[in-house]
Design a protein around this ligand. Sequence first.
Ligand code: ATP
Ligand code: MG
Length: 576
Amino acid sequence: MRWTRALISTLRDDPQEAEIVSHKLMLRSALIRKLSGGLYTFLPLGLRALRKVERIVREEMNRAGALEILMPALQPSELWEQSGRLAAMGPTMFKLKDRAERLMALGPTHEEVVTDLITREINSYRQLPCTVYQVQTKFRDEIRPRFGLMRAKEFIMKDAYSFDTSLDAADRSYQAMYDAYVRIFQRCGLRAKAVEADTGDIGGKWSHEFMVMAEAGEDGIVECADCSYAANQERAERQLPPAAVTGATPAVQEVSTPGVRTMEQVAAFLKCPPTKLIKTLLYLADGKPVAALVPGDRDVNEHKLKRTLGAKRLELADEATIRQVTGAAVGFAGPVGLTIPIYADQALRGATACFTGANKDDTHLGNVDLARDAQVTEYLDLVIVGAGDTCPRCPGTLRVARGIEVGHVFKLGTKYSEAFQTKYLNEKGQAELMVMGCYGIGVTRTLQAVIEQSHDADGIIWPAAVAPYHVALLLLDPKDAAVTAVAEKLAAELEAIGVEVLLDDREERPGVKFKDADLIGLPFRVVVGAKGLAKGGVEIKARTSKEFQVVPAEQAAARIAELLAPAPQVAPPTGL
Ligand code: ATP
Ligand code: MG
């Protein structure tokens, strides 16, 4: 392909709209263009790379025995009512009406459509197990679309769904997808890591996320320094230190704390460590007020709270509710005397000699013995686990890193097969529910994650497997017929052996071509110029290296093919 025909206009400067490096580089190297917030067009160069990621995904899905299908993006809303998710998806789901005023949705995911399909297509144990997948456009009205393809309103997902006769069989299907994911990310040149994850609105019992470790990642990943424990911070657990032995606490005492509301202010005012404060937060769980208590130096993990309560919606209570429930202004809530359900973090079990809000304006309570003075409904794991906490699996210390979620595998159990009555006849002719799993890869997000993980100050460094082309062939003297002939011959030779070439035939200064070659970051740069040819040949340089080699033009194709010869792309599957 000739640069002059390829619709590539690179940008010299970082576009204002981009915050993270991969987004900047995708715009600068003419891979994508913004239509409006969260909506992007793929230019030819970007689309080539995207197709390569898709191809890897398809090859590995097929290898794992999954069958490709294609479901409509436009879905009738009744399916979502049937699963009970119409409300749970809330404003994230794009909804519209057809001309008959029938409510439709633009699919944010496809559990409903696929379960409905399989309910009709499969009726015997002989047809199971079955895993289907598609590579398709999804729509989500994200609260904050940002970072280019990372969090878009319209994006491409590979979604797969497994159907099995038993939990054991479903575990095998899950493992097959897990292993395929390991291979996919490895083949894309990514360093990805599987971590334990929350199951969110999709539901289900168990899940792993595949995370690309990068500072720009939106997810916090909690990892143990000593063992293999790794979990999304939304889900991460910790081991509790042994409870401190304390003596009897004198009776509760009111303390006047005018205008002192935040934990820091209270701790400073009362001259006590934040660990001796009981932080009380009021939430509305499916509209009903509940109190969550955590130690004063910790924050509530709302994902855990929502999951443990089995709530569809969870939000912080508004000022009016707080006033109504506690009788006080925001900042003075406490568990003593509250009549709503109270959930306390396990670390507060046996807490004595503590301070907490008094449910009275400008007042706190001291000498609180939680078990004695309040009606705790249940002790749960409620805090956001962070750096320095103890690993739940070993005595090691936890640390926190950032990650980009590129894939997610779920064990769904029978949540959807119950809702859709997805049954098969077993060997005895009895009807049983199928056991399901679902598996997503953000294909467009994966492509951008490659760049986030593989770039330098000059531009992208494409792993060969997903590079838009393999070689940037820089023709330095496009007006010189002889030099042009050498470059064109080399391009043709390379293309004949399957090496993809972008021939920079622009009438530009060499400096511009070198800069652009680094920016778009193809694995190899080959320079063909009058001076070089006179001195002995063409220059070959890998994007990853500063060194180049000079090779006679007629040997160049063979040398490049050698350099590109892929290392074995697939490592043996790893276990959980
Ligand atoms: P997130 O937590 O990032 O919002 P999610 O957990 O809602 O993602 P899933 O429903 O698990 O996402 O979707 C499967 C995959 O689709 C994710 O692992 C991610 O790679 C990708 N994905 C999800 N939302 C978006 C989006 N708005 N833009 C691009 N890719 C997305
Ligand atoms: Mg997810």
